[in-house]
Design a protein around this ligand. Sequence first.
Ligand SMILES: Cc1ncc(COP(=O)(O)O)c(C=O)c1O
Length: 378
Amino acid sequence: MQNPELSPESLVVSLGRPPHELDAPVNPSITMTSTYVGALTPGADERVYARFSNPTWDPFEEALGTLEKASSAALLYASGMAAIAAAFNLVPLGGTIVLPQTAYNGTLSLAQQKEKAGHFSVRIGPIADTDATVAMLDGADVLWIESPTNPMLEVADIAALASAAKERGILTIVDNTFATPLVQQPLTQGADVVVHSVTKFLSGHSDVILGAIVCADPEMRKRLHGERTLQGAIPGPFEAWLALRGLRTLSVRVEKAMATAGELARRLEGHPNLDSVRYPGLPSDPGFERARATMSGFGAVLGIYVKGGAEAAERFLQALQLWTPATSLGGVESLAERRRRHASEPDSVADNMVRLSVGIENVDDLWLDLDQALRASS
Ligand SMILES: Cc1ncc(COP(=O)(O)O)c(C=O)c1O
């Protein structure tokens, strides 16, 4: 394993490589198998069966665990939602989970489904308001943080919330999909568990669906590993390999996308066809001071509010040429989506809000396309 003291841009390139030996390949192989030759003596340490483990998962799991500053490897899952479902199993039966009002709608929908089925109770609160969230913690079992949130880009004070949760014996779980471990490492701020949609920035090319969990406590990892083996939401070997391939360029992709997002946010602010712009890196944004104090970047997702309502926002999307109108985020290609086109998106998200996921194209090309499409929206 590489020295975890290396900087993240060196770690993403060097972690999870085969040893430097004559004729060794520089990349790990993809192991396509459902089973392994078994031990002939009882008690041997063996892989047994490919639902239990696959050597293709190991390099990515070790790399993500190191990037998130955990003492043990991450666990990969078949999707971000599979990871979230696995993390929800940490709420005891009949227990209570506190969730952000503006969390990813899949997370909120699954929590509400589980509440309906009697698995646990859900309390939904304003995650950017630390005092109000802390006031909801008494008697809860798990605090779920997403920061920045999808798609409202609210920024939470992870350290303060995790500390208040710890005082009450409550587990803190952070969805770190939007920030990535390059921008914040929630375990170093007192969180117990980190989840990711690996589909997004970590893989980075919009060609895989994957999720991951990282635990501060190796015993909790062991428990989740056992549950993953039995529940079966495992990654395919090719997807795990593609995710590692994508991770190699995480720092160059995310740094470029963040720089472009900041520049686009500055140019968009005050645009005659917009009501407002949301980006934690804008000094006018409600999350700016907290993001500046607690994150090493502001992320690569923006929210724009198109003047003229949902119809004008739809006209804007139809006029885009370089930007792709599509859901998801975190890929090398820039995507735009009016979130309220989904019936499941809560009406706390305005219906003229378009989420922009900034990719790595040229900033002026991206700007000119946004500007012409906004002018066409009125
Ligand atoms: C913040 C966040 N968490 C989790 C997920 C779910 O991940 P997946 O689509 O990989 O299941 C998403 C998907 O958009 C997301 O944005």
